[in-house]
Design a protein around this ligand. Structure first.
Ligand code: A3P
Ligand code: MG
Length: 379
């Protein structure tokens, strides 16, 4: 049931240990990598297409964002027409491409949209989806509002450790999206309970490193698509479709020279605690706070070396918030056999002292500290 580097453990099977330090084996040799990667070619092409189309839809909505686009969900997180539109689009594309073997575990459902007063918003979503499909031109269809609601609800699969299941966060970082900041369309494929493929579309992430001094220059283009297939390395390409490059994680091993990422939202991760931990690790740089799994994309190309995610007590992570990001980081291109232990040992001591059920994940110079007891199902 283990998924590469981020382990998904059913709560009924096992209580997470107090802390767990995970040294991962090196990536497979290049010959086996090619064979493994090729077996998901069609899935990768479909996932990139679906995520890119959804990203374009979201970009359009973010530009024209009005407060009236915001609805309220039970958990009080904001949901936008782009959230639903993105899910409908990805669901539709995947179902077209894999009509005989389609299972999608996605964040949204149409319940709120089907309530009184939802019709207008459904029509707006439907128009957005149809406009995106028309521009793409691959499918000669015009979806009705009911088709769109069904496509959204086709994301209600429970997933599981048998067979293939797509996992989607249609807009990860909804708060960032509403603020005009970072967000991601995060799509992963589980096969036999393992994440085998991940695509992260990050429409607002600069193409150059976040640590570059010129990042705020008006000439610095934004819009990145990260993708990884198990055994095949991680790639990044501009969302406009130009060619992809293999990325590699940071070479920084000394935490004193590392920059660390955390959630922008203090409600999602305890900033005070991460600042204390960073201080104890010897990290000198201030935290880089960004929304969504764009953090994983940025880590995979070496913009930073540490990601601390410390949710408040009682929060349970969802599979769609990590599945795509974890493979994008764990399939990074760099292959170095001597992992740095300096930071992880320090973190280990701290995690014992804090007595939390935090796990530490280390791969070479990357450190990710998060509560990650996830199951390959939606619950
Ligand atoms: N109280 C909480 N603690 C931790 N994570 C939370 C949270 N409330 C929401 N989240 C999750 O944090 C995600 C955003 O991640 P980040 O903090 O890295 O930007 C949200 O994704 P959505 O925006 O898809 O709902 C949501 O799943
Ligand atoms: Mg999310």
């Amino acid at each position: 049931m283990s998924i590469n580097w981020l382990r998904f453990v059913s709560p009924s099977l096992k209580k997470p240990p107090l802390f767990h330090l995970c040294h991962l084996p090196p990536p497979p040799s290049s010959s086996s990598a090619v064979i493994v990667a090729m077996s998901y070619d069609k899935e990768l092409a479909a996932a990139k297409k679906a995520a890119s189309l959804a990203a374009r839809l979201c970009q359009k909505v973010q530009k024209a964002l009005l407060q009236s686009d915001v609805q309220s969900k039970n958990d009080k997180s904001p949901v936008t027409v782009a959230d639903y539109g993105s899910q409908a689009l990805v669901s539709f594309v995947l179902q077209q491409e894999f009509p005989d073997n389609f299972s999608l575990v996605a964040e949204e459902d149409s319940k709120d949209l089907r309530k009184d007063g939802g019709q207008e918003i459904v029509e707006r979503i439907t128009k957005l989806v149809n406009d995106s499909l028309t521009i793409d031109g691959s499918y000669n269809v015009t979806l009705s509002t009911e088709d769109v609601l069904k496509a959204i609800d086709n994301g209600r699969s429970e997933g599981g450790s048998q067979g293939r299941h797509w996992v989607l966060d249609p807009i990860d970082g909804t708060k960032g999206f509403l603020r005009g900041d970072q967000y991601a369309i995060a799509l992963a494929l589980l096969d036999g309970g393992k994440v085998v493929l991940g695509v992260l579309a990050c429409p607002n992430l600069p193409l150059t490193s976040l640590s570059d001094a010129g990042q705020h220059s008006p000439n610095n283009k934004v819009g990145c698509l990260f993708f990884a297939v198990v055994g095949g390395g991680t790639y990044m390409q501009p969302l406009d479709g130009s060619s992809a490059v293999k990325v590699q994680v940071s070479a920084v091993e000394n935490p004193e020279e590392a920059s660390f990422f955390e959630s922008y939202e203090a409600a999602h991760s305890m900033h005070d605690l991460s600042s204390l931990i960073a201080q104890k690790l010897g990290v000198k740089a201030p935290p880089v706070r960004i929304d969504s799994q764009a953090k994983y994309g940025a880590l995979s190309r070496g913009d930073g070396a540490i990601y601390l995610r410390l949710p408040h007590k009682g929060y349970r992570e969802k599979i769609w918030d990590h599945a795509a990001g974890c493979i994008v980081v764990s399939e990074r291109a760099k292959c170095k056999r001597t992992p740095s232990t300096r930071a992880s040992m320090k973190l280990g001591v701290w995690s014992q002292m804090l007595q939390g059920s935090h796990w530490i994940f280390q791969r070479e110079s990357i450190l990710i500290w998060t509560q990650a007891s996830l199951s390959p199902t939606r619950s």
